[in-house]
Ligand binder design. Sequence first.
Ligand SMILES: [Zn+2]
Length: 283
Amino acid sequence: MPLVSIGEELKRAQAGGYALPLFDTADVQSTEGMIQALEDRKAPAMIALYSGALERPNGRAMAAYIRTRAEEASVPISLMLDHGSSFENVMHAIAAGFTDVMYDGSSLPFEENVAQTKAVVRAAHAVGLCVEAELGHVGSGSDYQSFGALRKGFTDPDTVERFVSETGVDFLAIAIGTAHGLYEGDPEIDLDLLRVIRARLDIPLVLHGGSGCSDAQFRATIENGISKINVATDLFRAAGVSVAEAGKGGEASYWAFSRAATEAFRERVSYYVDLFGASGKAH
Ligand SMILES: [Zn+2]
């Protein structure tokens, strides 16, 4: 089963009441752990490069590597751009062979977010990619007490229908109380807001800032209409702990570090695909 654009798989997830994960990758060790887990669990997923990672000197080579591994995989895998930062950044992803893109105009005023997202959608659809956009703004967990707890940046449900119809976007990331990175305090997710937004749209909804949510919170967001969940921080933290552990006692072996990192990614990815109900969903 090859590299895919994830649209059909996400529609199936939405209809089936489960969620597909997006995992940000950084290198060979993280990618191999992810692919091992997805094949083992027979789960479709998105493997992503962050916008900044694509612009590094090795960005195109990393994309080519992930593409090749996805083409060889036994489960559907999308290569997705995470938090595309500009029209140009998205065009770089298209030229590098990505199969889906997120464009993040969530820090812009509403009308500007609409205009930029619409331009990205037009270009990406012309070559068969799906586009995710963000409405409302998912902030950083380290500032959580100054925005999440105060509901700053939460998606305004009265704007979602207009945003989706004017942009033609395929999936929508919404801000309902999660945050990127590690949380200062505990996340509080507004499920009522999620239900209101879900009732007004028919496209898959996306939750960013998965690291730090409890299992019960993940299940509740999926039950109330989230179909795609992004996870990054937790995977890298777990791998960091495993690598540090592999360095304790004995001689420092590069191969032991490398194996520990891959194994940590494999374990955490398996955990999330099981939790999200994505295991066994590869057709
Ligand atoms: Zn994100």
